[in-house]
Design a protein around this ligand. Structure first.
Ligand SMILES: [Zn+2]
Ligand SMILES: [Zn+2]
Length: 158
């Protein structure tokens, strides 16, 4: 929106400059010289406004660029093993990847979530035959706190 309004302002200034120049052409005698000067002045003002607008847009783009560069570098830093751990709630069966345990409040199957750190994130798929949880872990996930059985029954899928 800002870009459009600035550009339209620029166009307006240029249009005024062109109109002034046209008037100068049709005007007769000594007056025409003054009118041409008016047109020239307006044209120069147009160029100045144009430079200001371009610089502002350039700055804005640079700011945006630096932000996207930051997010890019963050993404580059993240490897596929981050967040590092699998957590599962024994009550609601939600399984998520995080670096630290999620908060306990507001489990939708019980008052609180009961989180268990299942395993470190890795490349091997493990499926619990009791609760159907499928995760990619570095080592065999822990057995405790299966939502659907006394113990998880992990099967290595490869
Ligand atoms: Zn829960
Ligand atoms: Zn299970």
């Amino acid at each position: 929106m800002k870009k459009i309004s600035l550009l339209s302002l620029l166009l307006l200034v240029n249009a005024v400059a062109v109109l002034a120049a046209d008037e100068a052409d049709t005007a007769s005698g000594q007056g025409s010289g003054k009118m041409i000067n008016m047109g020239t002045v307006l044209f120069i003002v147009g160029i100045i406004v144009f430079v200001i607008v371009v610089r502002k847009l350039y700055d804005l783009r640079n700011k945006k660029g630096s932000v996207s560069n930051e997010t890019k570098s963050v993404q580059n830093k993240d490897n596929i093993y981050e967040p590092r751990f699998w957590y599962q709630c024994k009550n609601c069966k939600v399984t998520i990847r995080k670096d630290s345990p999620p908060k306990n409040a507001d489990c939708f199957k019980a008052v609180d979530h009961i989180w268990t750190q299942l395993a470190e994130v890795g490349r091997t798929k493990y499926l619990c035959k009791s609760c159907n949880t499928l995760i990619e872990a570095r080592t065999v996930p822990v057995s405790e706190n299966c939502p659907d059985a006394p113990m998880h029954n992990w099967e290595r899928l490869g």
